[in-house]
Design a protein. Structure first.
Length: 365
């Protein structure tokens, strides 16, 4: 792992040569892990397991006594700094040690409150360091998955898929959405998952018209849409799958909607290749759904990257196009959601390879 993180830091330093700061402060736990190997997780947004500082020559990981031993073990290539009263108070000393004059920070992760604390400490001590917000510097590197990352994703996906057939075979009228969601989460953990990748979605009947439905006490019934969206984390890497089924016999509406969604997914996957725009891939699926009369019922993007985070770059959507590259992993998840009736979403994960997209899933749609 140490050799892998060294290569990643080297690539980042090449990018930093063009920036107007000399040290980058990395605060998000996914980026911190990606660059250092330190797996400490932030408990919540106003809590931090550590802060990683990277300059042209130095790599320093600042943490507290709770994570000190873990950091020593997992990030031996980093100089370790243990702070006792929080990062803000330690920051002037850390930056003096690093010789930092201009600090870049992840604007998506540093809160306004923490930023004000940083400035207050420097004002007390008469420091002259400048602060520069940055966006997406590490996330862009994370878009391209190495072989060890692809294998971790495959293993995570294998656990998520392995439990579904058993859940499906035991489906029966009267079970609630909450029961099914718990059964999925419990089964993934029993198979060895570290955690769920996101709150499991089980939505039946009209509830399935909400793309991010929260499981309720509603009992599932025969003949209605039953939408599942689930995934787990293994070795830090996430999986993300959606399937929609029916207990008993589906009606004509379900058959039609399902076929349109399935065809849209197949068309999009077939179009994926290196150099293809994410916007263009989204458009292919979106136009097919619209041509079949359901254009008003597909509101979200076609897919998103998956890796150390469940949702990361690139995004298959009508906005902010990115050209696909070898090694990118993304979901392809078209959906149709009809208020009062329900919805259908089918989601697979693919990796971009020279010939096009390789579907990582083995579970049939």
């Amino acid at each position: 792992m140490e050799n892998i993180t060294k290569k990643r830091v080297k690539h980042l330093r090449e990018k930093l040569k063009d920036q107007d700061f000399d040290t980058l402060l990395v605060l998000s736990d996914e980026n911190r892990r990606y660059l250092s190997g330190f797996t400490g997780k932030d408990g919540q947004f106003d809590e931090s397991a550590g802060a990683l500082f990277i300059s042209s020559t130095e790599q320093l990981l600042a943490t507290d006594s709770r994570y000190e031993m873990q950091a020593q073990k997992e990030a031996p290539q980093c100089e370790l700094y243990r702070h006792k009263r929080g990062l803000a108070q330690a920051l002037p000393e850390i930056l003096e040690m690093l010789g930092t004059k201009r600090l870049g920070f992840e604007s998506v992760r540093l809160s306004c409150q923490q930023f004000e604390k940083f400035k207050e400490e420097f004002k007390k001590r008469g420091g002259s360091v400048s602060f520069t917000p940055t966006e997406g510097l590490v996330e862009v590197l994370r878009m391209i998955k190495g072989q060890e990352e692809l294998e971790a994703i495959r293993q995570s996906l294998a656990i998520s898929e392995s439990i579904f057939e058993n859940i499906r075979n035991k489906l029966e009228k009267g079970k609630t959405e909450k029961e099914l969601a718990w059964n999925i989460e419990k089964a993934m953990r029993e198979k060895g998952a570290e955690a769920i990748a996101f709150p499991t979605i089980v939505a039946s009947g009209a509830n399935a018209a909400s793309p991010h439905a929260i499981p309720t006490d509603r009992s599932i019934e025969e003949g209605e849409p039953l939408l599942f969206d689930w995934g787990c984390i293994l070795n830090g890497y996430c999986s993300d799958i959606s399937r929609t089924i029916v207990i008993g016999n589906p009606d004509d509406t379900f058959k039609k909607v399902y076929q349109v969604v399935q065809d849209a997914q197949s068309m999009a996957i077939e179009a994926i290749k290196p150099g293809m725009s994410t916007q263009a891939v989204d458009k292919i699926a979106r136009q097919h759904i619209a041509a079949n009369g359901f254009g008003d019922y597909f509101g979200h993007g076609l897919g998103h990257g998956v890796g150390l985070a469940t949702h990361e770059k690139p995004h298959l959507s009508p906005h902010k196009p990115t050209n696909l590259e070898l090694g990118m992993v993304t979901t392809v998840e078209p959906g149709i959601y009809i208020p009062g009736w329900g919805g259908v979403r089918l989601e697979n994960m693919v990796v971009v390879e020279e010939h096009g997209a390789t579907v990582l899933n083995r579970l049939p749609v």
